[in-house]
Design a protein around this ligand. Structure first.
Ligand SMILES: [Zn+2]
Length: 264
């Protein structure tokens, strides 16, 4: 029990029991601490129970990432997070919890709104199931090799999975001004498992070019004449992916999603 967390734990041991809810998921407090750790680049100092849950539970991970992204945007734009002297860590935590609550409410409203708005059904699949090309297989192999070579801990895997592309990140959710394309799926930062459904509206029967990119901006898959909806079924390793829609060379949309393989 003593040397369980070497280094400087950002969480005091006493409050740990409140980090996991009765249902076994991260509590609001727990989510807040994880987001905090992400901001401070200290994922590896999270208590084992939290980090292992986070690496296994896509729901909690999605929540952490959504809140993290929201707060990061907020921080970028308005510098909500003033650096706070470490002496008043408690006050800081309280401020954080407040901001977290606001952010969580926004996430809930957004998800509810999106679900309500897009009560659509996927009944026509005009596109053949996605097939991986050499690049994606290569990427898979490399990841597997790296994972085998070093004993990568769950937390550092998570940290790698959360690396964003500096270039694409800024484009996520941006849409072209000249078209009225509306993306239905995947939702921004949605966590998908097994297959990814890409769906959009607003461009009639026109076909577009669809691409999936890794978080290191490598094009993994291209479908040149895509009609909504497209189901991509090739396995992707856990992590962040981006996708693009383009028409005649013009970028219409950039999206982002997370993948989580179904339980091993
Ligand atoms: Zn969970």
């Amino acid at each position: 029990m003593k040397s369980e967390y070497s280094g400087v734990p950002p969480v005091n041991r006493k409050s740990e029991e409140f980090m996991i809810s009765a249902e076994g998921h991260l509590s609001e407090e727990g989510i807040a601490v994880c987001v905090d750790a992400l901001f401070e680049n200290q994922i590896e100092t999270l208590p084992e129970a939290m980090s292992s849950h986070l690496s296994e539970c896509s729901d909690c991970r999605r929540e952490v990432v959504s809140v993290w992204e929201l707060l990061r945007e907020e921080r970028k734009q308005r510098r909500v997070f003033e650096p706070v002297p470490t002496g008043i860590a408690r006050g800081r935590q309280r401020i954080f919890t407040y901001i977290y609550r606001v952010a969580a409410a926004v996430v809930v409203c957004l998800s509810a709104g999106i679900l309500a708005y897009f009560g659509w059904r996927l009944n026509e699949e005009r596109n053949a199931a996605g097939k991986p090309n050499a690049a994606i297989e290569q990427a898979e192999k490399q990841t597997a090799a790296q994972t085998e070579g070093n004993s990568v801990s769950a937390t550092s895997k998570l940290a790698t999975a959360l690396e964003v592309s500096p270039t694409l990140e800024g484009l996520v959710n941006s849409t072209s001004r000249t078209t009225s394309i509306r993306v239905l799926s995947p939702k921004t930062s949605e966590t998908v498992s097994g297959s990814v459904v890409f769906a959009w509206k607003g461009i009639g029967e026109r076909s577009i070019e669809l691409q999936i990119l890794s978080n290191h901006e490598k094009v993994l898959w291209t479908l040149e004449k895509a009609h909504s909806p497209v189901r991509f079924t090739a396995p992707l390793s856990d992590g962040i992916y981006y996708w693009k829609i383009a028409e005649n060379g013009e970028l219409l949309y950039v999206g982002k999603f997370f993948t989580r393989r179904s339980s091993p």
